[in-house]
Design a protein around this ligand. Sequence first.
Ligand SMILES: [Zn+2]
Length: 177
Amino acid sequence: MAKYTVTYACGHTGTIELFGKMTEREYRLKQLTDQLCPDCYNQQVSKENQENGLPKLEGSEKQINWAEKIRKQNISKINGFIQDRRNTLKSWEMKRDESLAEGKEPDHRLLEGIMGCKMEVRSLEEILDKYKAETSAKVIIESRDDYRYEQDMLQRFINEHQWTTMQEAMEYFNLID
Ligand SMILES: [Zn+2]
């Protein structure tokens, strides 16, 4: 273990401790010189979040800095899930439309899949909206691992709404023709 002085990309310097082999330490030091210092990085993330329309957070400075990073990551993750679901939905709807264009009755399972996928997209969008509106740094920190898996999020959403049938969910989302 040894202490090193690093000059970051922003021009600020800092002292860090590094462990391990010399070559690894040198590599890590070189990496750090290409990055912003921790303070500038915190500021950048917080600025990006504000530019993306996120509300200001409440909490201690330390909590806020951590929460800003967590919410940035989680929002990007949820957005990714939504995009994936939308792509799936699109391809399934195309399949359905092809069948219809050929004058065939679309597969029943395909239609159910489309409905399920629509509900997942709507649910994830609602989860995201709610997450974006959260202003407590503490809540964001404590729930940091709750947004890791799509299925967990959806299950929690279903539980919160106490839906026991598909019908109830469809009514909630106004998906009944
Ligand atoms: Zn800096």
